[in-house]
Design a protein around this ligand. Structure first.
Ligand SMILES: NC(=O)c1ccc[n+]([C@@H]2O[C@H](COP(=O)([O-])OP(=O)(O)OC[C@H]3O[C@@H](n4cnc5c(N)ncnc54)[C@H](OP(=O)(O)O)[C@@H]3O)[C@@H](O)[C@H]2O)c1
Length: 275
């Protein structure tokens, strides 16, 4: 079904993983998609994949850490298409570490992309979103902003910051009819986590599946179409995620009980006995 033929959709982080699959899904609906990221090779490859299916894709190189670059990208969209209907924010970095030995440069870069990048993008793109008909902005958060595992201090802090930003932003923009969606996936098989997944610092407790990026992309489309505020992926753990956010000690207990030798495992990674 091609029912978004008049829509212009910008996907920040559209050259890989969830952003790439979202771009393909929106293009399949008939939308003109604009892929934005830093690396031109992956941008061009993704655009070619979409165009080879007879769909419409454009690319723009920009770094979310730079407000100027995001403003330039937004102005180019306005000059080319006159409007933007949907903004998808899917750029991120990922980093696991015990806090004492954390590389602070990496941790600060993560905040620069995952939080400040979202703020830069929002400031830069709001004027052109106001010119669109659909007026929808969807940000990819993470289940780790509700159920926070150990060794996620750097990454989870960025996602908690993003969550706070979005919970406030959606109230600010609602009177203008602008939808602010937050999609929170559990682990997804993408280049972002492929080196870390199933390694010592990334033990998955029982019941947490590893998703395909297509599943998260479907939730992004659902968020735009239904104008829902919060979507957890997979949907069947949404109630558990809400409970975990309200009672964080449940998450600690769940990890302790579902991972054998939990205390020894943590000790071995941190390199000293916990108090
Ligand atoms: N994968 C998971 O397990 C998982 C779970 C929960 C939530 N999420 C969230 O889902 C979103 C997408 O993650 P993913 O797994 O799809 O990641 P991914 O496959 O690594 O894709 C990240 C995309 O962001 C772009 N990007 C990174 N830094 C950027 C920057 N400074 N400026 C512009 N673009 C930048 C990358 O392209 P360039 O590097 O070329 O710029 C790439 O297109 C993120 O918000 C992530 O936190 C992922």
């Amino acid at each position: 079904m091609r029912n978004m033929v008049n829509d212009v959709v910008a996907v920040i982080g559209g050259s890989s993983g969830i952003g790439k699959e979202s771009a393909k899904l929106f293009a399949d609906q008939g939308a003109q998609v604009v892929l934005i990221a830093r690396g031109t090779d992956r941008l061009r490859e993704t655009a070619a994949e979409i165009q080879n299916q007879g769909r419409r894709a454009d690319v723009m190189k920009a770094d979310v850490a730079s407000l100027d670059e995001m403003r330039t990208a937004a102005e180019r969209i306005k000059a080319t298409y006159g409007k933007l209907d949907v903004l998808i924010y899917s750029a991120a970095g990922f980093y696991l570490s015990p806090v004492e030995t954390m590389d602070l440069t990496v941790a600060k870069q993560l905040m620069e992309i995952n939080y400040w990048g979202a703020l830069h993008t929002t400031q830069a793109f709001l004027p052109v979103i106001r010119k669109g008909e659909r007026k929808s902005m969807v940000y990819i958060s993470s289940l780790s902003a509700q159920c926070t595992p150990p060794f996620f201090t750097a990454y989870a802090a960025t996602k908690h910051a993003l969550r706070g930003f979005l919970l406030s932003l959606r109230q600010e923009l609602r009177p203008e009819g602008i939808h602010v969606g937050m999609v929170s996936p559990g682990p997804v098989q993408t280049p972002l986590i492929e080196k870390d997944l199933h390694q010592d610092m990334y033990r998955l407790p029982f019941g947490i599946p590893v998703l395909k990026p297509e599943s998260a992309a479907k939730a992004v489309l659902r968020s735009v179409k239904t104008r829902k505020g919060d979507l957890v992926v997979p949907a069947r753990i949404a109630a558990a995620a809400r409970l975990a956010a309200a009672f964080p000690s449940l998450v600690e207990t769940y990890y302790r009980l579902s991972i054998p030798g939990w205390r020894k495992h943590i000790e071995s990674l941190v390199g000293r006995r916990p108090i």
